[in-house]
Design a protein around this ligand. Sequence first.
Ligand code: PMP
Length: 381
Amino acid sequence: MAVYLDNAATTRPCEPAVSTVFQNMVEDYGNPSSLHGIGIKAEKNVTEARKSIAAALVCDPQCIVFTSGATESNNMTIFGAAKNYGKRKKKIVVSALEHPSVAEPIKYLEEKEGFTVTRIKPSHGGTVAAEDFLAAVDDETCFVSCMLVNNETGAIQPVRKIFSAVKRDFPECITHCDAVQGFMKMPIKAAELFADVIVVSGHKVHAVKGVGAMYIRKGIRLAPLLLGGGQEKGLRSGTESVPLIAGFGAAVRALMPTMKTAHDNAEQIRAYLLKKLSKIEYITVNSDDELCSPFITNFSVKGIRSETMLHFLEENDIYVSSGSACSKGAHSSVLTAMGLSDELADSAIRVSISRTTTMGEIDLLVNAVQKGHMSLAKVKK
Ligand code: PMP
């Protein structure tokens, strides 16, 4: 049986998500904008999903907009906010840890649209200091962005602390949180995060790929990326992907009741993994001990390049990542920003667990890493 430990890249869709997608393809296949019964049923299914995502974020369903995923949501937030709020104020403050779907649109605004960008570096543990953020934000700042959980290290960022202080001193500044790796893994209450926009993605929470949602606080006006039929309150024109949206709702409903148990279980698995890794002298754990999601652990196997170890593990039917799946093996800007040496950054492995990961799978992983180190280190000599 394959040992899949790459859940930060994507998760296996759960049964309720798959059966709901199927149902919405073969039976409730109407267009939610149609006025007849089949269309109305499809609209009902979208509404139900909207309520489920809103319940998970503890917000009004009216604040939820469905998109194709977090990449689109992040782009829409950044370009949409720049257009509406960045005419006179041209400063952006962002963590240096962001996913490319945040970092790249911001870089575009910097290079092509005359924005000034301050990137806040993390500490060695991978967490940014709220004070550094606050020192960088001023009257000229239109946009502040900080992710909730880093996708490479699992480091939990002090988003509430940053955003509450920003909103207190600069209420007009837009606050944006990419919460993809925290959603359904830790409690998120929209109002308590002081975020104007929160972005989440379906396929990271056992729904299927190609659907995401964003919370947009009442009163915030983002310029849409797509114009057309005016779906999703004019923010995201185009016929809604009802099967994917309904499946996303079903996955969230299925996970909600056991979020706490799943988190506690992940804590135990992580503790078990860390204990085993701590006994291996050529392994350095890059994730922080405390301020870390239990679902992601990043460590380096000194002397063995990430890709080499990844392929060795793959031959043993164990699937991990060499960092961010999206960067396809490119040098990790996150680990570099944390101040890791090239040697450690080049030998980093990301293990991301799910609700179904077992201690037995961790045993298989650690044994295989040790076996890999023995044979690959020999090859090098
Ligand atoms: N943000 C973070 C933190 C992520 O981990 C990912 C997925 N790698 C994304 C955004 C992009 O999500 P999507 O695949 O839904 O576009």
